[in-house]
Design a protein around this ligand. Structure first.
Ligand code: COA
Length: 152
């Protein structure tokens, strides 16, 4: 697998249609997928060059072709210390290629390319939790969310 790391919009490979990538993530992250519009916004944020924004997209590409195997998307949080500097937004490998170590390789590549600590959220029942633990992630805190839609 070849690895391509991108942090700026103008480095995005011309052969990879952004909408195809949005659909790839939406389809292959099921049942843990986000809505396409949220994925699209996440990718735009990751490639943003605005002060305090941005991140990294690591693509895994089949050798000798332009076929996407998987990807990891990281975002800078703009914070540090009290909140880690980076968050793993999406980690996804094509189901036909799972269990071959590609997910681990993509995550390791992304983890070694960013500065500072990294956080992520993963469902308790997602088998990916074991992979994250093997990569050194621990789960000291329970992430709790308050949905703004339920305010009234
Ligand atoms: C998580 C994911 C990226 C791992 O990719 P991968 O290439 O299969 O990962 P690796 O081969 O490096 O490691 C396999 C590990 O992934 C986990 N895993 C999760 N789903 C898996 C699947 N369908 N097949 C095989 N392994 C899977 C297992 O924990 C496994 O670890 P184990 O050996 O301890 O059982 C991939 O399973 C995926 O895209 N899952 C759906 C999207 C998702 O849940 N992403 C994480 C959201 S936070």
């Amino acid at each position: 697998m070849n690895i391509l790391s991108i942090s700026k919009k103008h480095d995005w490979p011309s052969w990879l249609d952004l909408e195809f990538f949005v659909n790839f993530l939406h389809k292959h992250m099921s049942p843990y997928e986000d809505a396409p519009e949220d994925i699209r916004r996440g990718l735009e944020d990751a490639l943003s060059e605005q002060e305090g924004k941005g991140g990294l997209i690591v693509l895994g590409i089949e050798e000798g072709s332009q076929k996407l195997i998987g990807a990891v998307v990281m975002l800078r949080t703009g914070m540090s210390g009290y909140i880690p500097e980076n968050i793993v937004l999406f980690a996804c490998v094509d189901p036909d290629h799972r269990g071959k170590g590609y997910g681990k390789t993509l995550l390791q590549s992304a983890m070694s390319s960013v500065d500072g600590d990294i956080k992520l959220h993963v469902e308790y029942d997602n088998p990916a939790k074991r992979l994250y633990e093997r990569l050194g992630f621990t789960n000291k805190y329970a992430e709790m969310r308050f949905s703004a839609e339920k305010k009234d």
